[in-house]
Design a protein around this ligand. Structure first.
Ligand SMILES: [Fe+2]
Length: 181
């Protein structure tokens, strides 16, 4: 985790323990898993073809096996976003609005950066910038959003038990003001 900030010019920081106290009531958890050295050849290029994606996933499967034991996930796949991605604007529009899912959202960031946002019980909104080595678990029904930052580049593994629970259900709630480089 690189940093966090509240919306509308609120508090910001880099302390993971303080962040955990804000996220714990939502059931959101953030952990660190060092990215396997064997993955390096597939992290350097911004884009990967299907074979490269599968090789990267295999290089990272130590984490998958650990999570299978702990959480019972059955599948994993890879999200690869980069500045020239043809659907980048559409994907950003789809996930950068406040939404929930019927299923949990589980991501392991292995390259680049991204920003997850959350609505706390008191209505405050909090954004967290995640980087390589961050693993985030968002339970079903938790209001959140996701956006890329100025890097406009991320590689993240998704872990799941069943497909189909990720359709965003949008909230009527308005997003507060966050700096968006
Ligand atoms: Fe989501």
């Amino acid at each position: 985790m690189k940093s966090w900030q509240f919306g509308d010019g609120g508090e910001q920081g880099t302390d993971a323990q303080v962040l955990a106290t804000y996220l714990a009531p939502l059931g959101v958890s953030l952990r660190g898993y060092p990215v396997a050295a064997a993955a390096a050849p597939w992290l350097a290029p911004a884009q990967l073809d299907a074979a490269g994606q599968e090789q990267l996933l295999e290089a990272l499967d130590g984490v998958f096996r650990e999570l299978q034991q702990e959480k019972g996930y059955q599948e994993r796949d890879l999200v690869v976003l980069y500045p020239e991605h043809p659907q980048l604007a559409a994907l950003d529009e789809r996930f950068s609005r406040i939404h929930i899912h019927e299923d949990e959202e589980v991501r392991y960031i292995v390259d680049g950066e991204g920003v997850f946002g959350f609505v706390l019980a008191d209505g405050r909104q909090l954004e967290v910038t995640v980087t390589a080595g961050d693993y985030i678990h968002i339970p079903a029904q938790v209001e959140h959003w996701f956006r890329l930052n100025a890097q406009r580049r991320i590689k993240a593994v998704r872990y799941f038990s069943a497909r189909g629970g990720w359709t965003p259900v949008y909230s009527e709630r308005a997003l507060q003001r966050f700096p968006r480089p």
